[in-house]
Design a protein around this ligand. Structure first.
Ligand code: FAD
Length: 323
């Protein structure tokens, strides 16, 4: 049976995050020919709504309010609850991002709805949809179905392919006013700790450094390689603990979970807690001078060698290819 599915788009630095388009593709599959309504919360975000239509939403709802400029659990849950009340969807899809991880369980529990989180794949559609999600830090996958009632789904970034953009697609964009009140927290300003460039959780290429990088300075060639490939720089906890880089770059069980097309691990031993955050990457390249390093067990391509020799050679070769 076809369904009405609501998608919450996510804005960062004035642009829609890719996971918003991936969530629309997931919603299309769940709706099985029903209606996909995309919602956008923020302050002065209405111009972005057309992009949600271009990526497959049938309609877009924009809730603009000064208290929605930055994410707060209180503000966004009030806006989402109001839209659910208005639209009465059967499914809600949100990115499995910091925002989605915070918001979806809160609103789902308020409505006593089901929540299937961290979905990496959807098999089938409509009532027959089966949701695939990693468990035990990615060591196994479970397949989940929902029986009835409202269901929240969070989709892991970089896993579900977005639909092709069609700039000519048309759909109604409606502005909805919501009374946001009794906020317990108000975010005045967000100050970025470091200029991290490409967002790690959505990066298609990640060059990651471990304790083998040996210093903050040692990350420079990794950054150069990442820039050349249009990617982001990540790190193991070993490198973060040693003070070589910021914890915002940490990948793993207690860091970010990433699924890029290409993950290049430099001087990382491959501890189970690190693998939990990156082993589902599509192609893994490991550079390590220890041929017995555990990282080689998950690598598609392994280079046994000194990263300070191998990475500059890679940079040279890639530059030559680009000429
Ligand atoms: P090391 O294990 O010290 O490995 C360094 C590697 O660099 C070695 O394999 C060495 O051969 C290689 N090397 C050295 N010099 C060179 C060179 N010049 N060229 C090439 N290779 C070189 N870790 C995470 O990463 N993410 C997490 O989220 C995380 N969460 C954790 C949660 C808990 C509860 C616990 C207990 C641990 C967690 N850890 C996590 C830590 C994890 O167990 C490891 O300690 C950590 O991943 C090791 O980091 P590393 O591989 O950079 O360092």
């Amino acid at each position: 049976m076809s369904k009405k599915v609501l998608v919450l788009g996510e804005v960062r630095d004035g642009a829609l995050r890719n996971v918003s388009f991936e969530a629309i593709a997931a919603a299309k599959q769940i709706s099985d020919g029903g209606e996909v309504v995309a919602a956008l919360f923020g302050d002065q975000v209405a111009d972005l709504a057309k992009e949600l239509i271009a990526y497959g939403a049938d309609r877009a709802l924009v809730v603009e309010h000064p208290h929605l400029k930055f994410y707060t659990s209180d503000g966004y849950s009030q806006a989402l609850l109001a839209l659910i009340e208005q639209e009465k969807p059967e499914g809600i899809v949100i990115g499995h991002t910091a925002l989605g991880k915070d918001l979806s369980p809160k609103v789902a529990s308020r409505l006593q709805a089901a929540l299937i989180s961290d979905v990496t794949e959807i098999e089938g559609s409509g009532d027959d949809a089966v949701f695939v999600r990693p468990i035990y830090s990615g060591k196994a996958f479970e397949k989940v179905k929902f029986k009835e009632g409202l269901v929240f789904i969070t989709v892991r970034p970089n896993n579900i392919a977005p639909l092709e953009k069609d700039a000519g697609r048309t759909g109604d964009v409606q502005s909805v006013s919501v009374d946001i009140k009794n906020l317990r927290t108000i975010v005045k300003e967000v100050v970025r700790n470091a200029s991290t460039g490409v967002d790690l959780s959505e990066a298609k290429v990640i060059v990651s450094g471990g304790r083998g990088v040996k210093s903050a300075e040692g990350f420079k060639p990794l950054k150069e390689l990442a820039d050349l490939l249009g990617g982001a720089v990540g790190a193991s906890r070993g490198a973060c603990d040693a003070g070589y880089c910021d914890y915002a770059m940490q990948i793993g069980q207690t860091g970010k979970v990433v699924t890029p097309d290409l993950y290049i691990a430099c001087g990382i031993s491959g501890a189970i807690q690190h693998l939990a955050g990156m082993s589902n990457s599509k192609v893994i390249v490991a550079i390590n001078k220890d041929p017995e390093a555990n990282i080689f067990k998950v690598a598609d391509y392994g280079i046994v060698g000194d990263l300070f020799e191998v990475v500059p050679l890679l940079i040279e070769e890639i530059k030559a290819l680009k000429v």
